[in-house]
Design a protein around this ligand. Sequence first.
Ligand code: SF4
Length: 93
Amino acid sequence: MQKIKQYCTVNQIPYHEFEYPITPKKFIDDLLKSDEELTCPYLKEGRCSIYPVRPTICRMWGAVESMPCSFGCEIEGRLMKNSEAHGLLDMLK
Ligand code: SF4
């Protein structure tokens, strides 16, 4: 979270609190209270505005069995099993 905050400050990007590294908690909380479309506050013009410091969960897309790349890209080797991904996230808590 500190890295995202610093990156936002340096790059003059509005900061949104994420429950790092797992969920963008405030975003999800706000979303549940409204009927707004699901869009991450850091998604700007189709790109991640905090890409170098994006949360771990974002880095897992395309690398975990239950999170395949939505564009159909595949990785060399094998996808991470869900249990391995949960173990990794638990280690980062
Ligand atoms: S990768 Fe996507 S979901 Fe994750 S912070 Fe960036 S814009 Fe948001």
